[in-house]
Design a protein around this ligand. Structure first.
Ligand code: GDP
Ligand code: MG
Length: 758
């Protein structure tokens, strides 16, 4: 079977084309750097099946970034039968820069003019026949998005694969062309693609020079006598300039732009606002807040908040809360619920009914007490506790997918680059971080786009702090439970603040690492901003499914198995007798929980809690397997350890947490500390395994230690501050007053003035 490689600039639609050709569902994103590694599939769209390889996006074939090295080595070493060079036709000239480099290799090339649907919409036109004549290789108009031209493309690529091609250079006729042909002639017997290698050697490409040492010194000899009137002997600049000149002279005539009076494109207009130096970050924060509000808030229209204000000012008429209109599925005493919460409640109603029905049915059929408890609490309680968060995860990820696909996230990376530089990171690190909100595993793999090993290590370490989908149930359930138990707060706000706390921890940790153990150089961050695009329905849904399928799969495998084990350990004593709910404290699990409980005392959810408090310790430990386990553990255990609930009563998610808060007497600060502990501590097994693979040798053990220490110290700090707000505030005031006094005294002290003036 012949092999066809897809190559092109970042964001030109390689992965979309790859998916269209192979029927794969690889991750498509409207930002550069989504595909870091190459990927293979089989395409049956043409007349015969071919192997298709999706390469990472590159702007040139110099060895400056890992992507460039992967793509270049693949084409030179693995020798695909044909390279399809995908060109974003809405950005023709810039994309053809890479094409001029591919032309220099001894490999059949077919140019695919992609995004022609968008080009048509703009009213621009490309004469592909003319372009084909000028470039000298087949040029096919396609739209990876709509499927237009794809079959034709594959057939022409297969045809081209059968005809060997010699590399040609667009540098002919420039001052360097003699040197190029002399070096290339020398290298003819030594290697394939001599023209390509010759140009790279003359440009001073370090990788090439170390491989072809003899020819390199020959090139040096030629260069010592070389002097261009414009560029001197800066060959790299000369070559780049010559390529652009050639493109404008010979390729650009194929492009007809629609005449418009307005010089700003739509994207540029939007960008004037969204990437504004001052407004950019506040807008991003506002967008995030709105997303969290729509997903998590129980008070969607701020009716509850308005009521509180109204009461304070004596305006009773704005007090909607408690209004019977809003009670029920769509509202609560707090106001009208957000769409995310409504969906969650709907699902909870269904799962609650199923759980109640099954338990009730078993009881009615005369099943033993342990069997009813096992099925109701153990299996269904744990499973539903996790699944009940699926609606909110879906809503949140839907928004993230839209932000990503529309091209906005790439802007955020650009806006943040300025700040990131101060922290010691490049804007490139933002992409893996944002991916971390979905799942740490692909995010850690994506750090391969970071060229510097130390920057990479520090980014891998903080990725878990960008709370992933599996940690979301912890946030939501704890926030909801806290509001129920303490009677104050807003779930959307608490969740938002927790995400923020994770991010702040990440940035503080980055600063600390980059200025101590992981100090290093920063490479410049070059990123082209993609055009804004309406996210496609199919790609958004694929994206969503991609993010949720792991969650669902995990729920029915790892989580289900863990809940069953937890149920058994919590309902049997060491001498293997079944325990009823009243004497759960004698169970195997309870005694293990109580043993490790003191570890969590400084964080507010340890030994200071009442009898059922060991559940928090157990949940924190089970979370190390998978973070969903934290809430599954609550779901499995709550109805049993909290007295006053019937066996068939559904108690999961928010209700379970609320009951546990009441029974254990954990404080609000303890709850927040618990969330932060789970968010910042060692991530799930799968993520730990990934980190192990991605980190350089010798860094893995330190990374585990880093996670353990960060989570313990941050949550202990939050607990201490929250628990002792007043004493701490008073001490801080005293300290501040003392410091001020010292400063003032120093200023007044004549001795000091003398020292300064001396
Ligand atoms: P890659 O970085 O080259 O792999 O690019 P992707 O395949 O991830 O695509 C980048 C963006 O361009 C995504 O938002 C795609 O939905 C969009 N896209 C890809 N091909 C087309 C096309 O033919 N027409 C339009 N309008 N959009 C496209
Ligand atoms: Mg891609």
């Amino acid at each position: 079977m012949i092999t066809i490689a897809l190559a092109g600039n970042p964001n030109c639609g390689k992965t979309t084309l790859f998916n269209a050709l192979t029927g794969a569902t690889a991750h498509v994103g409207n930002w550069p750097g989504v595909t870091v590694d190459k990927r293979e599939g089989v395409c049956k769209k043409g007349d015969k099946p071919v192997t298709v390889v999706d390469l990472p996006g590159i702007y040139s074939l110099s060895p400056y970034t890992p992507e460039e090295v992967i793509a270049r080595n693949y084409i030179l070493d693995s020798k695909p039968d044909c390279v399809i060079n995908i060109v974003d036709s809405t950005n023709l000239e810039r994309n053809l820069y890479l094409t001029t480099q591919f032309l220099e290799m001894d490999v059949p090339i077919v140019v695919a003019l992609n995004m022609t649907d968008e080009l048509d919409k703009r009213g621009d036109r490309i004469d592909s026949k003319l372009l084909e004549e000028r470039i000298g290789v087949p040029v096919v108009r396609i739209s990876a998005f709509t499927g237009y031209g794809i079959k034709d493309l594959i057939n022409r690529a297969v045809a081209a694969a059968g005809r060997p091609r010699k590399g040609i250079s667009v540098l002919a006729g420039t001052s360097i062309s003699d040197a190029v042909s002399q070096v290339a002639d020398r290298m003819n017997d030594e290697t394939q693609s001599p023209v390509f290698h010759a140009i790279k050697l003359l440009e001073g490409d370090s990788v090439e020079r170390s491989v072809h040492k003899k020819s390199a010194s020959y090139a040096d000899k030629l260069l010592s006598e070389f002097d261009d009137p414009l560029f001197g002997n800066d060959i790299e600049a000369l070559v780049a300039n010559a390529r652009y000149d050639y493109i404008t002279k010979h390729f650009s005539p194929a492009l007809y732009r629609k005449e418009t009076g307005n010089t700003l494109t739509r994207s540029e207009k939007i960008d004037r606002v969204l990437t504004n130096k001052w407004a950019g970050i506040p807008i991003f924060a506002a967008i995030l807040f709105v997303i969290f509000h729509i997903t998590f808030s129980e008070d969607f229209l701020f009716l509850g908040a308005m009521g509180l204000l109204g009461r304070a000012w004596g305006a009773e008429w704005v007090c909607f809360e408690g209004n019977a209109y809003f009670e029920g599925l769509f509202g609560s005493s707090a106001g009208i619920m957000s769409p995310g919460v409504m969906l969650a409640n709907l699902l909870n109603g269904i799962t609650g009914a199923v759980q109640g029905g099954v338990s009730g049915g078993l009881e009615a059929a005369g099943a033993a007490e342990w069997a009813v408890g096992f099925v109701g609490d153990g299996v269904l309680g744990g499973l539903f506790a996790v699944l009940s968060f699926l609606p909110q995860i879906l809503v949140l990820f839907l928004f993230f997918s839209i932000l990503e696909d529309s091209g906005y996230m790439a802007r955020v990376a650009f806006i943040l680059d300025r700040i990131f530089r101060r922290l010691g990171l490049s804007g490139r690190a933002f992409m893996p971080m944002i991916m971390g909100f979905g799942c740490s595993i692909p995010a850690m793999i994506n750090t391969r786009t970071l060229a510097d090993a130390k920057e990479r290590t520090s980014t891998v370490r903080v990725i878990p702090f960008f709370s992933c989908g599996a940690k979301l149930p912890i946030l939501t359930a704890m926030a909801g439970g806290m509001i129920g138990a303490f009677g104050v707060g807003d779930a959307g706000l608490i969740t938002f603040l927790m995400y923020l706390a994770g991010m702040i921890t990440a940035f503080v940790a980055i600063i600390a690492m980059r200025s101590t153990t992981l100090r290093g150089e920063l490479t410049p961050f070059i990123m082209e901003l993609p055009n804004y695009r309406m996210p496609g329905f199919k790609s958004t849904m694929l994206h969503l499914w991609d993010k949720c399928k792991h969650f669902i799969k995990k729920a029915f495998t790892v989580i289900l198995a863990s809940t069953i084990i937890i149920w058994f350990l919590s309902h049997f004593s060491w001498n293997w007798t079944f325990l009823s709910d009243e004497v759960m404290d004698g169970s195997i699990l309870a005694s293990i929980g109580m043993l490790i409980q003191p570890l969590f005392t400084p964080m507010g959810f340890g030994a200071q809690l009442n009898s059922a408090g060991w559940v928090f310790a157990v949940a924190a430990i089970t979370g190390l397997i998978a973070k969903e386990n934290v809430i599954a553990t609550f779901g499995t255990l709550a109805a049993s350890v909290v007295s006053g609930f019937a066996l068939d009563e559904a108690l999961e998610g928010v209700d379970a947490v609320e009951a546990l808060i009441g029974a254990t007497g954990v404080s609000g600060a303890g709850c927040i500390a618990f969330i932060l502990f789970n968010m910042l501590t060692i991530p799930c097994f799968a993520a730990v395994a990934t980190a192990r693979g991605e980190l350089p040798k010798g860094k893995f053990g330190w990374t585990l230690l880093f996670w353990a220490i960060t989570s313990c110290s941050v949550s202990a700090m939050i607990y201490t501050v929250g628990q002792f707000v007043w004493p701490i505030a008073i001490w801080l005031l005293v300290l501040a007053a003392a410091a001020t006094a010292v400063v003032i005294w120093n200023k007044k002290n004549p001795l000091n003035k003398e020292i300064k003036s001396a």
